[in-house]
Design a protein around this ligand. Sequence first.
Ligand SMILES: [Zn+2]
Ligand SMILES: [Zn+2]
Length: 354
Amino acid sequence: MAIREGRWDCPTCGMVGVLGRQMNCPGCATPRPQGVRFYLPDDAAEVTDAAHLARAAAGADWICEHCGASTPATQDRCSGCGAERGGSALQGTHEYGMDDVPRSGQDRGAPPQALMTQPGRRRRWKTPAFLVALVAGVMWCNGSREVEATVAAADWERAVEVQDYRTVREEDWSVPQGGREQRSWRAIRDYRQVLDHYENRTRQVSERVQSGTRTYTCGTRDLGNGHFEDRTCTEPQYTTNYRTESYQEPIYRREPIYDTKHAYEIERWLPNDTVWARGDAARDPSWPAVTLDDKEREGARMEKYVLHFRDKDGKTYDVELPMDRYRRYRPGQAVELRVPRGSGKVEIVEPEQR
Ligand SMILES: [Zn+2]
Ligand SMILES: [Zn+2]
């Protein structure tokens, strides 16, 4: 693992770029202080000299507890005052990732990842032109105009369905109450999927397997003696393997489900006739007279009321209404109509809506 020589800046005289191996500032001769910050310039070359490497690999320097001088880990006596190592402290070591290696004396490492909030920029919504056109178009289609018109005519119709009680023939899977069975037979009522057999098939399958590991430089270590050593990390490497797998596929068949079907006769009330009454403005709406025999009854009722209007240009409009509103209008009466531009119904503008 590559070892490189770092640098330090003298806090006493301000000299910058002092070589890592130097224990005293060449500018002012002050011993390299404890806690000095070592840095590793981008272009720092790898140390290759054997003695230099051994010195760098020996461990952190110790700081003399008596005079403050730095001494390599390989020496037991202080290089400044000759005192024994005793309880002297070690120069600190640090681990750095690739992104936070200090590159100069001013480089205090990576700045804290501040959550910088951008000055509030007002978000302005721009409405696309085509959307404006679309909305305007929809509004225009939904729009309407008002037309002055008079009631030209009115007509109504009412109807009553007449049902009779009849014998009919029906078929079903059971005979309902009141039915008289004529015959029955076996018939297919439904189908179900039944497992028939399995077939041997093959398919391609892929699987991700670890093929080995990759070692890479993931940072550097400040050795506490003016030198840095590359940190290495490993990560698994994967490869995708393909193979042919055999499997059994279930094969189904459609099997009919039989049941008994019945034909029967039964009496039902069924529509047989419709009796109508029709009229115009001259005649009040009324229900048609219905005469029933003993096998007949009344069924559904239907009613419809329509006013016919004409405007000053002779254009006509039909408006269908419920009876209570229909009866409020008489021929010749002037009204205001709301006529839609697109599709939709013509409506009468009631006086209270104006
Ligand atoms: Zn100095
Ligand atoms: Zn000393």
